[in-house]
Unconditional design. Structure first.
Length: 160
């Protein structure tokens, strides 16, 4: 299957087992992966957008997901993950662009996220999409790792 054979849709309770599998694969120890209750809570929040990228043929293969909030004039990307078997096909870019495009439609002024300093691949992807490191949050994660707080201003020219 190629990227063209996948579509973005809202996540449902039926997707949680596959999402939790991806979460555990993408965030092994010492990371603390999100729980089923955390994901379930995002499905229920009105301001939360929880989307999956799933195959068009069966709608049962979940390649990845994104969770973001649209609040006031900001978009906060909380969680993005692509199953290791589906990496390298621009699925992460597709999900992030989906969130950015949604934010543009809602006239949001900025998109922001936190990312582990050690996650060089994700940092490079975000920078390619126009995000920049605004500051570092010390000991942000459970294991004491720092994170980059990255921002994309939508009211300024960018690359998305």
């Amino acid at each position: 299957m190629s990227e063209e054979n996948f579509s973005v849709r809202p996540a449902t309770e039926d997707d949680l087992a596959a999402i939790l599998d991806i979460e555990r694969r993408c965030y092994p120890a010492p990371c603390v992966p999100w729980t089923a209750d955390a994901f379930r809570g995002e499905i229920q929040k009105q301001f939360s957008h929880f989307l999956v990228l799933t195959d068009d043929e069966t709608d049962s293969v979940i390649a990845g997901y994104i969770v973001y909030w649209l609040l006031f004039d900001e978009c906060h990307i909380l969680n993005v993950a692509i199953h290791p078997d589906w990496r390298g096909q621009a699925f992460g870019t597709r999900l992030i662009r989906n969130a950015i495009n949604d934010a543009v439609k809602k006239e949001v002024k900025r998109v922001f996220l936190e990312v582990r300093k050690s996650n060089a691949g994700a940092v490079a992807l975000y920078q390619k999409l126009g995000f920049f490191v605004d500051h570092i949050k010390s000991a942000f994660y459970e294991n004491g790792e720092d994170c980059y707080f990255m921002i994309l201003y939508l009211d300024q020219p960018n690359k998305f």
